[in-house]
Design a binder for this molecule. Structure first.
Ligand SMILES: [Zn+2]
Length: 392
């Protein structure tokens, strides 16, 4: 009675619902299918001779918040060739104790930033089962585009503190996650990419890190090396912050607290401050010559990004290095020396301003959340798949 309605509700092809029983925790749906002619997997002939039945319990997606099991009487057929085999069902993969749609649900949920435990809870299965489904998903690196950026992040996966992330900065796409930042491993990885594919990379974006640049020169000989603007600009901010911190040490407690609390007034662009903040900033700068000079150097540096012509940017950048070098402030002298060493690659960031690790930063935030909710990552391969699933 009403079994067609239950069947509609269940939404499974080709089944007859015989019985629905429920307890406070479970719903058990007893199913049957019509006998049909079967193709023997051994000889390919057809047979309709039933040998015996076996009852199997199959997990399905929860119904009304309760665990749902399908109780299925599976037929075993026998063939003239002597082979005995079980009936196959479109909603059930071979040798599996869960429905195809359960697997599909879990696979879809793995694309969202959430823990394996919470997926397991929603699907009413164990975390181990969710991980088993995760392990069946493989992810192959897509082909490289004309730009490649490499960065590292603190993943603490499989006892390695840092992992590397490869991004196509123009397509805003994560290409791959590598287990560590060891140069030899990275070289091996890049070497495995066909040379004709590597030769197509015109831009290689990274931090001011020699090993990355050396790798780029060896494996991406056609690429211009671009130092990501976030990575070099933060050196200027660090220099300014260090000047403030040095100064604070010599201040009375109250004033020290004020400078510490109000440090963002100094680091923010002066033009973006409101009138009140501008006044506060002016007063803070009155206190000390070095701080005033450091602040001006920071402002001047950020100005370079607003200059329209690359030639003028280059002049302004070289002038800035000169000024920082002669500033008499050790933090800025250090910054000037670093910039002078990397001037060509930093200037490429101004010249090819469409290349940066900006997209990577966004991905890194997602990874951070994923890491936090994963309660420690023991297996790098699972971590990698999750990152790639949630970012693509
Ligand atoms: Zn046969």
């Amino acid at each position: 009675m009403h079994s067609h309605l239950i069947k509609d509700l269940l939404n499974l092809e080709g089944v007859i619902v015989k019985k629905v029983s429920q307890s406070s925790e479970d719903v058990v749906v007893t199913l049957e299918t019509k006998p049909t002619r079967q193709v023997c997997p051994a000889c390919g002939r057809t047979t309709s001779k039933i040998h015996d039945y076996r009852t199997q319990y199959i997990k399905d997606l929860p119904l009304q918040g309760k665990r749902c099991f399908l109780e299925l009487r599976k037929r075993r057929y026998t063939c003239r060739c002597g082979k005995r085999f079980l009936e196959t069902y479109p909603f059930l993969a071979r040798y599996q104790q869960r429905t195809v749609r359960m697997t599909a649900f879990v696979a879809a949920e793995l694309h969202e930033v959430q823990s394996v435990q919470s997926i397991a809870k929603r699907a009413n299965i164990s975390s181990a089962t969710v991980n088993r489904i995760l392990d069946t998903i493989s992810y192959d690196r897509p082909k490289l585009g004309n730009a490649l950026s490499i960065d590292e992040f603190k993943g603490n996966a499989a006892r390695q503190k840092f992992q590397c992330i490869l991004v196509d900065p123009r397509k805003h796409k994560v290409l791959d996650i590598l287990p560590d930042r060891n140069s030899i491993h990275l070289a091996q990885y890049f070497k495995d990419i066909p040379r004709h594919e590597r030769l197509k990379v015109e831009f290689f974006s990274c931090d001011m890190c020699r090993p990355y640049v050396d790798l780029a020169r060896s494996y991406f000989p056609a690429a211009r090396i671009v130092i990501d603007r976030y990575h070099f600009t933060r050196q200027v901010f660090w220099a300014l912050e260090n000047v403030r911190k040095d100064l604070q040490r010599r201040m009375a407690v109250d004033r020290r607290r004020y400078y510490k609390r109000s440090h963002s007034i100094l680091t923010k662009r002066y033009a973006s401050l409101n009138e009140e903040q501008k006044k506060a900033c002016d007063i803070m700068l009155l206190y000390n010559d070095d701080l005033r000079r450091a602040h001006r150097l920071k402002e001047k540096f950020l100005e370079i990004f607003n200059i329209r012509k690359f030639r003028d940017q280059r002049t302004a950048f070289m002038d800035w290095i000169e000024e920082a070098h002669c500033s008499g402030i050790k933090h800025f002298e250090k910054c000037a020396a670093t910039f002078a060493n990397w001037s060509h690659e930093i200037l490429n960031a101004f010249r090819f301003d469409f290349i940066s690790n900006g997209p990577t930063e966004g991905f890194n935030n997602k990874i951070k959340v994923l890491k936090r909710i994963s309660f420690g990552i023991r297996r790098f391969d699972r971590f990698r798949t999750r990152i790639l699933l949630t970012t693509t």
